[in-house]
Design a protein around this ligand. Structure first.
Ligand code: SAM
Length: 234
């Protein structure tokens, strides 16, 4: 397993913006807008209430906190100290409970094998040098029979046009340089990494943004953003 699986430039990018994490009009606006959709989907697949959940690459805690609000006992991992600082501070405001830890998935997995009912790793794989290593670490930390969720960006011309040209240059939904095309991951590659890690893919769904209505929705179009639900066999 790759224990140095982090890109310092990526971590710095998120650290520099961390103070704006909970501003719903900031660079993190898309995460705020997609959160209710992914939260409902995860909850419908894995019933979060009462579950022990690990959120890998949790950042400022948008998903972590919302899963805690659904009754999950959430641990959030990230390697950006600043993002975790913001996440911890926000707990005072929200009154929710999340255990935030400064760690990579790989380092945490070394001490927490088969510990969590649910592992989520959203919008993070496209920011690490070796996504297969992160996926293997997530698979190691979920209990047999438990659920793992990943979301990332597909790699094709449409994804390049929508996620980089459209989102970063035309609509300015994200700062320029947020995403690097070469790090995008095809669903077949993600499914293969899951298989190699001993996970079986249960569902693949797409997430689309309509620039006219400015609304995100889940559906069958996996061309740009997509989410995978996988399970570790019991
Ligand atoms: C786009 S943000 C996604 C945040 C959160 N998962 C969400 O979807 O709301 C990516 C996060 O991954 C974190 N990250 C990047 N590389 C990491 C690594 N190797 N280990 C842990 N976290 C990492 C960044 O610091 C950042 O907080």
């Amino acid at each position: 397993m790759n224990t140095t699986n982090a890109d310092p430039a990526e971590l710095q990018k998120f650290s520099e913006l961390a103070h704006r994490w909970w501003d719903p009009t900031s660079e993190f606006k898309p995460l705020h807008e997609i959160n209710p959709l992914r939260l409902d989907w995860i909850d419908s697949c894995a019933t979060l209430s009462g579950k022990k959940v690990l959120d890998v690459g949790c950042g400022g805690g948008i998903l972590s906190e919302s899963m805690a609000a659904r009754g999950a006992h959430v641990t959030g991992l990230d390697l950006s100290e600043k993002a975790l600082g913001v996440a911890r501070l926000h707990l005072f405001e929200s009154g929710r409970k999340v255990d935030y830890q400064l760690s990579s998935a790989e380092a945490y997995a070394a001490e927490h094998a088969a510990t969590f009912d649910v592992v989520t790793c959203m919008e993070m794989l496209e920011h690490v040098p070796d996504p297969a290593s992160t996926i293997a670490a997530c698979a190691r930390m979920v209990k047999p029979g438990g659920d793992v969720f990943f979301s990332t960006l597909n790699r094709n011309l449409k994804a390049y046009l929508f996620a980089i040209v459209g989102a970063e240059y035309v609509l300015k939904l994200l700062p320029r340089g947020t995403h690097e095309y070469a790090k995008f991951i095809k669903p077949s590659e993600l499914a293969r990494h899951c298989r190699n890690a001993g996970l079986s893919t249960q569902e693949l769904i797409g997430m689309s943004y309509n620039p006219l209505t400015k609304v995100y929705s889940l559906g069958t179009d996996t061309d740009v953003n997509y989410l995978i639900h996988a399970r570790r066999p019991a």
